[in-house]
Design a binder for this molecule. Structure first.
Ligand code: TLP
Length: 340
């Protein structure tokens, strides 16, 4: 019962078949028909002119930063965003940009603060090169950043002619969560990165989407990073299945996350803000058990339940295709036993 992340999902049988029979060519020459189909499909689904297949969410986000910005630019982002917290400082190391984190509320930055933080013309200042948003927001527990918040920030950005990039690693969870097409979100971003290898269950890859001219330049940055790949139709094929057939299924993960949250909240010493569980991530406060994160996770592991530490006294559980309703019940029984 592996709740560490939705990244642990394995490819479906259909994906494996598609990999075995995928038509391939040299993608650096633009000749892999399966990659081309995936990129066209992703652009269409995300409501953008073009898309680029990249190896990971991190690569997609970093190619976006590199393409939008020049060294010395400033990137505005939320203080607990993945790009700021969990990408090894790549934006500074690779693009040479300065990141400027703004405090968020459930993953959402305050548009007024964003407006204030955008730089005016002054010889001392860096240029404001990019604003990054994240939806769903991982660190706050899979929260859906409201469309209205995204719209307000996008309007300010357009006024100041600063581009907006959306880290939509789990954007389809957000769309399914509010029963809207994914374009309801992407209309408020110039570029978007979506992971195929999380809840959508593909074994690898993300797509980065934007205008044709942006994607042309992004392709060059991907090449510079050593991401120009060859007969990659074999790994793009499951990505097509991910986009065509795995999206609606995410609703099940959200139901299972709620179930898990309710079950955890009923266990002595554990606290969960159940109403805050909007998608497939559950944050559990374990401080009432008087166990350290390590001790708690060790005890769970002995009952075959895996999760990850997020903050001191906070453990993250993520539901996904391989966590069935009975897995949730069994995990809850195991956790109860582990804490006796
Ligand atoms: N997140 C992983 C870990 O890196 C924390 C996880 O298990 O949740 N954006 C967001 C919002 C993400 O949550 C992740 C992965 C990424 C980008 C990066 O994707 P990958 O792992 O494909 O580079």
């Amino acid at each position: 019962m592996d709740f560490r992340s939705d990244t642990v999902t394995k490819p479906t049988e259909e994906m494996r078949q598609a990999m075995a029979t995928a038509q391939v060519g040299d993608d650096v020459y633009g000749e892999d028909p399966t990659v081309n189909r995936l990129e066209e499909l992703a652009a269409e689904k995300l409501g953008k002119e073009a898309a680029l297949f990249v190896t990971s969410g991190t690569q997609g986000n970093q190619v976006a930063v590199l393409t939008h910005c020049r060294a010395g630019d400033e990137v505005l982002l939320e203080a607990e965003s993945h790009i700021f917290l969990y990408e090894g400082g790549a934006a500074s190391a690779l693009a040479g940009v300065q990141t400027r984190p703004l405090a968020g509320n459930r993953g959402a930055m305050d548009p007024i603060q964003v407006k204030k933080a955008l730089r005016g013309e002054d010889i001392h200042y860096p240029y404001s090169g990019l604003i990054c948003l994240e939806n769903t927001h991982n660190k706050s527990g899979g929260k859906i950043v409201p469309l209205e918040n995204m719209r307000a920030i996008y309007e300010i950005a357009r006024e100041k002619q600063v581009p907006v990039h959306l880290d939509g690693a789990r954007l389809f969870n957000a769309a399914v969560g509010i029963d809207q097409p994914v374009t309801a979100f992407t209309q408020y971003a110039d570029t978007v990165q979506v992971c195929l290898s999380k809840g959508l269950s593909a074994p690898i890859g993300s797509v980065l989407a934007g205008s044709k001219s942006f994607i042309r330049e992004a392709r060059k940055w991907r090449k510079r990073l050593g991401g120009g790949l060859r007969q990659v139709g074999v790994i793009a094929a499951p990505g097509i299945i991910a986009l065509e057939r795995m999206v609606e299924r995410l609703a099940e993960d959200h139901v299972h996350a709620r179930m898990l949250a309710e079950g955890l909240a009923a266990i002595q010493g554990l606290k969960v803000a159940i109403e805050g569980v909007e998608t497939n991530i559950v944050l559990c406060d374990i401080k009432g058990t008087n166990l350290s994160n390590e001790e708690f996770l060790e005890r769970l592991k002995a009952e075959q339940v895996l999760a990850v530490p997020f903050d001191e006294g906070i453990i993250r559980f993520v539901t996904h295709r391989e966590i069935t309703e009975s897995a949730v019940h069994n995990a809850l029984k195991g956790i109860q036993k582990a804490l006796k």
